[in-house]
Design a protein. Structure first.
Length: 270
């Protein structure tokens, strides 16, 4: 596992976007680049950078196919808090991606279990995900894989914890009761199948979870700790998120990643 530490969220987001853009631009042209994407506040800085790079002629999504991590059950695609709406509003409406190449779970499906099975089949049909971008919850979860989720889990229906609903209440007029109680989500195993995984982490609220994920053992109560077993995983974070890491851990990763930070900082237009 790699840990890339930046001074603040803006620089972390720009570096992450630059890294992914380099991967897309250098990918072979005879097959699409399969990109997994998250929602929530964590990736917004990356999406802003994607849009900027696209408008500047530095990044095209014509050869990119996307799979989103999750969707609330019971929200229509045009609901302002659905993840369909979020992705269109924050990214897809501003880039040159073919709409046929966008995959998002259908939270209104009358057969949600079948929807999940078909989603896994669609990913496999594309040859698997090349790079899965994700965020991390304050309790260390990835997508809607709450603490206690199986580390071999696949796309499925999940009941959301009160902590998750409280964290997402800011998108629902501050009322946790308005947050849907269930969602469709890719599994931990689905994310781990990607050939590369990148996680963006920011803020002091994530510091305890980051410590557990980086310095402690693999534990299904901190589902993102699964990254310790992935052959090509990167966590990109800001200084605030490292507050509970050991000083030696921070020094170590800053030292071994200093050249990589310089390279992709240029690509990310920092």
């Amino acid at each position: 596992m790699r840990l890339i530490i930046h001074r603040d969220y803006e620089k972390a987001s720009a570096w992450a976007a630059g890294y992914i853009a380099d991967r897309i631009n250098s990918y072979r042209k005879d097959s699409p680049f399969i990109l997994g994407l998250p929602t929530g506040s964590s990736p917004l800085g990356i999406y802003r950078e994607f849009v900027k790079m696209h408008k500047d002629g530095k990044l095209s999504f014509k050869n990119v196919h996307t799979f989103n991590m999750d969707e609330y059950i019971g929200l229509t695609e045009d609901h302002p808090q659905s993840y369909h709406y979020f992705m269109m509003d924050n990214l897809f409406n501003h880039i040159d991606i073919d709409r046929k190449h966008i995959h998002i779970l259908d939270g209104m499906s009358k057969e949600p279990e079948k929807e999940c099975k078909l989603y896994e089949e669609a990913i496999a049909g594309e040859g698997g995900i090349e790079l899965f971008l994700g965020g991390m919850g304050s309790d260390g979860h990835i997508a809607f894989n709450e603490p206690g989720s199986s580390l071999n889990s696949r796309t499925r229906i999940k009941t959301l914890t009160e902590e998750t609903k409280s964290a997402n209440a800011r998108f629902f007029e501050g009322d946790p009761l308005k947050v849907p109680g269930t969602a469709l989500t890719v599994g931990v195993g689905t994310v781990m199948d990607a050939r590369e995984v990148m996680i963006i982490v920011n803020g002091r609220a994530k510091a305890r979870a980051l410590k557990a994920v980086v310095e402690e053992g693999i534990n299904h109560m901190w589902t993102l700790s699964c990254l310790q077993m992935h052959p090509k995983a990167i966590i990109v974070c800001d200084e605030d998120a490292t507050e509970e890491l050991k000083a030696g851990t921070v020094r170590y990763f800053k030292d071994i990643e200093k050249e990589a930070i310089k390279i992709h900082s240029c690509s990310g237009n920092q």
